[in-house]
Design a protein around this ligand. Structure first.
Ligand SMILES: NC(=O)c1ccc[n+]([C@@H]2O[C@H](COP(=O)([O-])OP(=O)(O)OC[C@H]3O[C@@H](n4cnc5c(N)ncnc54)[C@H](O)[C@@H]3O)[C@@H](O)[C@H]2O)c1
Length: 278
């Protein structure tokens, strides 16, 4: 439970970010700042947060701008009378900034690389940097929770996305070290979750069945995860129930990282070689 905490959630206009904000309100957070570039979605999220029982402040901010990140953090902290939890949830896929067949290391443009790195990694660091004084001043169990991904732990075909998510895991550890012992820092690594991002990744695939198999064929629980299954973990990490957890990465991936995920493909093996082993 998040009793009395004041929270800021990035990427909160839809998907996981919206559900994290609403679940935080359900769990007793008093103030939930929601931020995004999508002002219409933000207003809807703020209304849902209020319905769930918390004060809500929508703040439109582009995470590609350092000054906007600083203003967003300070605005929410001033409104709420302090800040106890920063959830760096916002993230983008390479294909938001280029064609979906131009996301490999040898095809991605510099502009797309920079955009994905700015939003998925640099903004996480900057929000952490600007939130740190507020979190250090908090006496309500302060912490940071960052969105990483299974794509940051295994190889993934999108050059920038996978690299930024791996870096978020390491940034989380660095944050945990630098802000210890007063401020905790942890991250969560979703598998394939049903959100607008997840749907768009499926929609652009030439072979959607093949893409679906690649996205969640490795889940031991054979379906996509829900936004609430992510929000429950984020709220736990932000709560005092996780008071001895810092620097960890929690996979919320239906079991993907627990095994090697055999794909249903023809094996390139000569049967005679296997017979020779008898
Ligand atoms: N959906 C999945 O299957 C999945 C899997 C692993 C990790 N993740 C990660 O979880 C997090 C949430 O993903 P989601 O599926 O809810 O995504 P989503 O695309 O549905 O929502 C992301 C939000 O971030 C906002 N955003 C994008 N660029 C921004 C910018 N420059 N400034 C401010 N806000 C910006 C978008 O407007 C959007 O509201 C992301 O970090 C994502 O990388 C998602």
């Amino acid at each position: 439970m998040l009793g009395e905490k004041r929270i800021l959630v990035t990427g909160a206009a839809r998907g996981m970010g919206r559900e994290i904000a609403v679940e935080a309100a359900r769990q007793g957070a008093t103030h939930v700042g929601v931020t995004d570039v999508d002002s219409g979605g933000l207003e809807e999220s703020a209304a849902l947060v209020r319905d769930a029982g918390a004060e809500a402040l929508p703040v439109v901010a582009d995470l590609r701008s350092g000054p906007a990140i600083r203003a967003m953090v300070d605005q929410v902290a001033a409104w709420a009378g302090g800040l106890d939890v920063l959830v760096n949830n916002a993230g983008v896929l390479d294909q938001v900034f280029t064609a979906s067949d131009q996301v490999a290391v040898d095809t991605l443009s510099e502009d797309a690389w920079d955009a994905v790195n700015d939003i998925n990694l640099k903004a996480v660091w900057l929000a952490t940097k600007y939130a740190a004084p507020h979190l250090r001043a908090s006496e309500r169990g302060p912490s940071i929770v960052n969105a990483a991904s299974v794509s940051g732990m295994t190889g993934a075909g999108m050059a920038a996305y996978a690299v930024t998510k791996a870096a978020v895991i390491q940034l989380t550890r660095t944050t945990a070290i630098n802000l210890a012992p007063h401020v905790r820092a942890n991250c969560y690594s979703p598998g394939a979750i049903k959100t607008p991002m997840g749907d768009s990744h499926l929609a652009v695939a030439i072979d959607r069945l093949e893409r679906a198999r690649a996205m969640y064929g490795a889940h031991l629980i054979p379906r996509r995860g829900t936004v609430n299954e992510i929000a429950q973990v984020v709220c736990f990490l932000a709560s005092d129930a996780a008071s001895f957890l810092t620097g960890v990465n929690v996979p919320v991936d239906g079991g993907t990282m627990a095994w090697r995920g055999l794909q249903d493909v023809e094996l390139d093996v000569d049967p005679a070689d296997l017979d020779a082993l008898r």
